[in-house]
Design a protein around this ligand. Sequence first.
Ligand code: SAM
Length: 213
Amino acid sequence: MSSGEKVASRYDKWSYFYDMVDNFPVISRPQQNWRMDSIEALDLEGDELVLDVGTGSGYMLPDIARRIDDGQVFGSDISDGMLYRAKRRAELEGVDDRVKTINDNIEDSRFPSAHFDKLLTTFTLTTVPDPMKAIKECHRILRDEGRMVVLDTGEPSNGLSKLFFYPMMLSAKVFGRTHMDRDIRGALKKHFDIVESSEYMCGMVYLLCCEKK
Ligand SMILES: C[S@@+](CC[C@H](N)C(=O)[O-])C[C@H]1O[C@@H](n2cnc3c(N)ncnc32)[C@H](O)[C@@H]1O
């Protein structure tokens, strides 16, 4: 099994309870706020072609779709189980005319070069097997004047925060094969300029707005 197939198979299994954990009352509230901040950061005008890379169960898709009356939003993922839920969510929320879901491995994307006006990726670059390949592909499929917004986790600089971060990071690595400590910022800088950034939870979560170099 390739590394991509392993990720797909893992998320296919998790797709049955992903939303339950992700939307757990009270503790999910900060996460929902960060996600809304990322949609704001896309700075949508209403007619864009947007891609949510690693859309998972498509939590962001309806909110993006409501802001682009004359545009279209794609949700791509490597897991069919997740995509099934993303598609159903768009249908239930009545925005399926502006939402398309597609199985696409972002390490070797099927989309043409310079295709999208805006890219969004939330908690995906710490799960893809090869983040450098994924970032290179994001750079390729984004238009030259486009914007990419990245919401993800990283190691905080503050010593006290590290005490909270390390146990979370280790359990995510062991049980979720998620690499919360990946230096995504550093990897992005090879292909993008980071033009805006915000931090949450003492720097354990960050939001970056990127433009192509
Ligand atoms: C932690 S989930 C995040 C989902 C969603 N963005 C969110 O914020 O809830 C990571 C997602 O990335 C997808 N993924 C992992 N590797 C991928 C790849 N190479 N190409 C496309 N999607 C991938 C997984 O299938 C999973 O749905």
